[in-house]
Design a protein around this ligand. Structure first.
Ligand code: PEP
Ligand code: MG
Length: 582
């Protein structure tokens, strides 16, 4: 039995056989092939090369259309390599003359060339070596039939262990078969972590390298409460976990009784508790928990789920489904927040080729650089806004000019719809995420130009502290309880109040019961939380008075390091609501 500690990101316990996806993901199964099948092996090689070329052509066309020709050129360069007859000939020769398997021949030729380039030095040559290794991976994917996306097709119940799962891979996990997952990399507020919660899959990330010793098929326990991964557990451990799991389910059933009860403090102050969703299918859960509406709909998952760019009608239908679940209640639709770690397969290389993707072309910047894509979504939002209380929210706003550009575009789209005679609401409420320090600092100025703010603590923490939200090596520095973050939140709430703009928090901080009293105490009356946290947060709200919450917020300014402030909040939660699971 081997126990590894990681970061708990989605509660629950999963027990099952392991399916392992290694850092590179590919094993080269055999070195030599029989002489009489050499011809068919060469044929297989050329088939794989043709498929790679076809894939690259698709990516090239999509990237050029969406992001511009310079991005399409990344794929074009790889395609030219794959089409190079000298390279193909060299691989074929190794199969014919040495009876190497196509997999081994591909690896050998491409790795040798990559090594030669690497020896020439950094910079340009290193980049080209990287291109060759990338091409190797693509060809092997086709030869071995081990495409990562086939993870979605795991056909029996299993626990997935991987070096990394991108948000789009996570979004495509099939819940019928995947019991839970653990990754070597990743951080508490990474999108992969958030998705694990949305899918209700127990998950532990940031475990560090542990896959080399796991071959697959072993029994594994994922403990999503304590952040443990236990490989080959002994009988006693298995029994203990089965018991704990049953206890946990009883607590969850008890919490369900809070569903129909209002989210109000003991002295009757109502706190609007909204749900954060990534998929329309999550709305039913939010309704059962008594959510006041949807405070954050992360629409980029429409792109990540299917791997295809959704049409205007597909956007419209997804939004209409969410709206129907909450008649007369607010549904905040956030425009696409693609980029950084959230990108469809087709954008993988663009993002990887961008230094500092978190600071690069992501989110609102990406959509403002891709007007056709952005307008398609805005048209769908304005159309669906004719059916109910739809609110439109822009992510990652960092300057007033950007916000104005986005608003102009909304007006332009409304004019187009009017000209076409399509039913729509030209003026839904428009809000913005406050998740970049510049927006928090200029909150008073921004408040003049929007109807509402939603504080995105996941990114606000990352950008304020300069700590990657998905990197386990710095996860000890990533804290919602950092005094700098808490001060920014207080300032944004005060700025919103001074201009009569509503404000909520939709980052993961609001889903952690430890911070509920602080947030309410600073003046927040709206919180948007993960569906699986609605009842727990409601329980805390119902256990305190407004005066208690205010006192906690006031005293919080006395702490100047995150660790102390976190212990203070933890202690206060225990005092107010001892039954809350922490
Ligand atoms: C945030 O940054 O807090 C947020 C809610 O947005 P996302 O997690 O999707 O980046
Ligand atoms: Mg964000």
């Amino acid at each position: 039995m081997e126990t590894r500690q990681g970061i708990a990101v989605s509660p629950g316990v999963a027990i099952g056989p392991a399916v392992v996806l290694g850092a590179e993901g590919f094993r080269i199964p055999q070195r030599l092939v029989a002489v009489d099948i050499v011809d068919s092996e060469v044929h297989r090689l050329h088939g794989a090369l043709q498929s790679v070329i076809a894939d690259l052509e698709t990516h090239e066309a999509l990237a050029s259309a969406r992001l511009g020709r310079q991005y399409g050129a990344i794929f074009a360069a790889h395609r030219q390599l794959a089409q190079d007859p000298k390279l193909g000939g060299e691989i074929e020769r190794l199969i014919r003359e040495n009876c190497f398997s196509p997999e081994f021949a591909v690896s050998r030729v491409l790795r040798e060339h990559a090594r030669t380039l690497q020896k020439l030095g950094d910079g340009y040559f290193a980049e080209r070596a990287h291109d060759l290794l990338d091409l190797e991976k693509r060809i092997l994917q086709h030869l071995l039939g081990e495409r990562r996306e086939e993870l979605a097709h795991v056909q029996s119940q299993a626990v997935v262990l991987a070096h990394n799962l991108t948000p789009s891979e996570t979004a495509n996990l099939d819940k019928k078969f995947v019991l839970g997952f653990s990754t070597e990399v990743g951080g508490k507020s990474s999108h992969t972590a958030i998705l694990a919660g949305a899918l209700g899959l127990p998950a532990v990330v940031g475990v560090g390298s542990f896959l080399a010793g796991v071959s697959g098929g072993e029994t594994v326990i994922i403990d999503g409460h304590e952040g443990l991964v236990i490989i080959d557990p002994d009988e006693a451990t298995l029994a203990r976990y089965r018991e704990a799991d049953a206890r946990q389910k009883t607590v969850a059933i008890q919490l369900q009784s809070l569903g129909p009860l209002p989210a109000q403090t003991k002295d009757g102050v109502e706190i609007k508790l909204f749900g954060n969703i990534e998929f329309p299918s999550e709305v039913e859960h939010c309704v059962e928990c008594g959510a006041a509406g949807i405070g954050l709909y992360r629409t980029e998952f429409l792109y990540l789920e299917g791997g295809q760019e959704p049409t205007e009608q597909q956007h419209y239908e997804a939004y209409a489904r969410v709206l129907r679940a909450f008649p007369g209640k607010p549904v905040v639709i956030r425009t696409l927040d693609l980029g950084a770690e959230k990108f469809p397969q087709t954008m993988q290389q663009i993002i990887e080729a961008t230094p500092n993707p978190t600071l690069g072309l992501r989110s609102l910047r990406l959509t403002l650089a891709n007007l056709p894509m952005f307008k398609t979504q805005l048209r769908a939002i304005l159309r669906v806004a004719a059916l109910g209380d739809v609110r439109l929210m822009f992510p990652l706003v960092s300057t007033l000019y950007e916000l104005r550009q986005a608003r102009w575009l909304v007006a332009e789209v409304a004019e187009d719809l009017a000209e076409e005679g399509l039913e729509h609401n030209p003026k839904p409420k428009i809000g913005m995420m406050v998740e970049v320090p510049s927006a928090a600092i200029l909150a008073e100025e921004f408040a003049r130009e929007v109807d509402f703010f939603s504080i995105g603590t996941n990114d606000l923490i990352q950008y304020t502290l300069g700590v990657d939200r998905a990197n386990p090596a710095v996860s000890h520095l990533y804290s919602s309880a950092d005094p700098a973050v808490c001060r920014l939140i207080r300032q944004v709430v005060a700025a919103a109040a001074s201009r009569d703009v509503t404000v909520s928090v939709c980052g993961q901080m609001s889903s952690d019961p430890m911070f509920t009293a602080f947030l309410v105490g600073t003046g927040l009356r709206e919180l948007s939380v993960s569906p699986n946290a609605i009842l727990e947060v409601k329980q805390v709200i119902r256990s305190m008075t407004l005066a208690q919450a205010r006192e906690i917020a006031e005293r919080s300014v006395l702490f100047d390091v995150a660790r102390d402030l976190e212990s203070y909040f933890r202690g206060e939660l225990h005092r107010l609501c001892p039954q809350s699971e922490i």
